[in-house]
Design a protein around this ligand. Structure first.
Ligand code: NDP
Length: 510
């Protein structure tokens, strides 16, 4: 019998009553034109959490019209950086004020631990503040070396109407990785959150209205990828789509957006490796590996879901990880001690389990976990912290995004071999190395094909540093000044100085 650190149901009450979420269109909260609704239950508790309007073609049409009109009339796109920054800072303050309310909704809809949800909301407020600083400091270029009679300028202009499509794993954080940057640039937006987590995006809508954002600048349509998301990616009046989610849907969006040649920015999946050398701080590495794979129950694009351990230390290191894994508090997400909560849906829980069963059938060894685990007093779905060794590099569990608390262990002998395993992947989101040798770390950082490389740490993130992936992990970057650039177009202006232009046609010609 495997013992885990299970946190049973707490006395903490969830919500007094379900949240009523509606569309925000042109500054008004609206039910769907056809009156359709859907419901979301807590994946940990089974109780009803949200009743939401279910958007259809008419609702998307109105939201896009509102965003287009608001952009074209310049009420936001032509405001000063100072005014934009003032408003973004106000939203950040309101997010701080509403932290506990937003965090509770996030926990109840997604199943993530309440302590983590609170930290995420604080992180989101920081992104709004950082974007405010960009609103005031963005600038283009001037070229004063084009000759005596010419001055060149590159103006940065907002790209226009942005469609923002977000997933369920970090609903409030991910919309905050996109929306404040789009607003800082001067864009207007139509947002569609995942149908599993609509409430916190609706709360954000309340806050942007309270902060005083002009009508129609931010619109929210709740509902499903089909038809809401699909319409947002094909409508001619939308200039750009920014999406976070699965690689399959990312590809479908690129294809849908190609009809009108919209810009598409994608933050997709990952199968992120950490390479552990024998000279590393193995206690620190083991703790980071456990954090990396169980954070957000592994439902995380940056999940450190595969480790590549030097053969000499593999048994010892796997022993450390399994010992730590048993201690990770998991269970009721409303308990402040809990570090791993519920899995988003029963279907997703079954998908995680299929990966584990298939790996075992293919010869991998389940060292720990490997199944759902009931939590006393709760009727949601939870999956055991799971460690799988003897994983072959071609097995689906080593290559595909499991999106659950499941760690695959591979081994290596030389740096070249480790790098080859790291880069033998369809994904390229992030990668990490653990070694006390700076040369090993630097060589790894240069050769790993990933958007982010961590050395002797894992999953740190800062508003200042860009985030995104290579290959099938996506295109474009979020955060940092690159995150703002995504929402800007460059316009070239060339100005002749004086009446100095040499005529093309000689007027004296007979
Ligand atoms: P999806 O990629 O299906 O969903 C992400 C968002 O896209 C949701 O809002 C969804 O709407 C929307 N969407 C779905 N289809 C379309 C479409 N054709 N056009 C426009 N928008 C669309 O992720 P899932 O929630 O289904 O998760 C499936 C897998 O994706 C996970 O197991 C995981 O592997 C991966 N994933 C990766 C994430 C990441 O951060 N990289 C985040 C989430 C998932 P709706 O679902 O409401 O219908």
């Amino acid at each position: 019998m495997t013992n885990f650190n299970v946190i049973a149901a707490t006395d903490a009450t969830g919500l007094a009553e379900p949240f009523d979420a509606r569309h925000l269109i042109d500054g008004r909260w609206q039910a769907s034109a056809d009156g359709a609704t859907f419901e979301r239950a807590s994946p940990a508790h089974g109780s009803l959490v949200t009743r939401a309007s279910r958007g259809g073609p008419q609702d998307v049409e109105m939201a896009i019209s509102a965003a287009r009109t608001a952009f074209d009339n310049g009420t936001w796109s032509q405001t000063s950086g100072k005014d934009r920054a003032t408003l973004l800072l106000k939203v950040a303050d309101l997010i701080d004020r509403e932290r506990d309310r937003i965090a509770l909704m996030e926990t109840m809809e997604s199943g993530k631990p309440i302590s983590q949800a609170k930290a995420e909301i604080e992180g989101a407020a920081d992104l709004w503040r950082y974007a405010a600083s960009l609103a005031r400091t963005m600038h283009g270029e001037s070229h004063n070396t084009l000759g005596n009679d010419m001055l060149g300028m590159v103006l940065k202009e907002p790209i226009g109407v942005v469609a923002i499509i977000t997933p369920w794993n970090f609903p409030f954080l991910i919309v905050s990785q996109k929306l404040p940057f789009a607003l800082a640039a001067g864009c207007t937006a139509v947002i569609k959150p995942s149908e599993m987590t609509p409430a916190t995006t609706a709360i954000l809508g309340e806050l942007v209205i309270e902060a005083g954002l002009p009508t129609g600048v931010v619109n929210i349509v709740l509902g499903y990828g089909d038809p809401v998301g699909a319409a947002m990616t094909t409508d001619r009046r939308v200039d750009m789509v920014t999406f976070t989610g699965s690689t399959a849907v990312g590809k479908a969006i690129v294809s849908a957006a190609s009809g009108t040649l919209k810009k598409v920015s994608l933050e997709l999946g990952g199968k992120n490796p950490q390479v552990i050398f024998p000279d590393a701080d193995l206690d620190g590495a083991a703790d980071a590996v456990v954090f990396g794979v169980y954070f957000n129950a592994g439902e995380c694009c940056n999940s450190g879901s595969r480790i590549i351990v030097h053969e000499d230390i593999a048994d010892d290191f796997v022993g450390r990880i399994t010992a730590l894994s048993r201690k990770v508090p998991f269970g009721d997400p409303l308990d402040p001690e809990t570090k791993v909560g519920a899995i988003i849906t029963p279907e997703h829980c079954a998908k995680i389990d299929r990966y584990v069963r298939d790996a075992a059938a293919g010869g991998a060894e389940i060292k720990l976990g490997g199944g759902a685990l009931p939590v006393p007093g709760l009727n949601g779905q939870f999956y055991q912290p799971t460690v799988i060794a003897n994983v072959g590099s071609q097995m689906p569990i080593a290559r595909e995004e499991v999106f659950g608390p499941v760690l695959s262990v591979l081994t290596f002998r030389t740096l070249d071999e480790a790098i080859a395993l790291v880069n033998d992947a369809e994904y390229g989101l992030s990668a990490g190395v653990w070694s006390d040798d700076v040369h090993t770390c630097l060589e790894f950082a240069r050769r790993a094909q990933a958007g982010t490389v961590w050395t002797n740490t894992w999953m740190d993130g800062f508003a200042e540093l860009p985030f995104g992936g290579v290959r099938e992990s996506g295109q474009g970057r979020e955060l940092g000044r690159y995150g703002l650039e995504e929402f800007l177009e460059a316009k070239t202006v060339m100005m002749r100085i004086g009446r100095t232009r040499t005529p093309w046609v000689d007027p004296q010609t007979a």
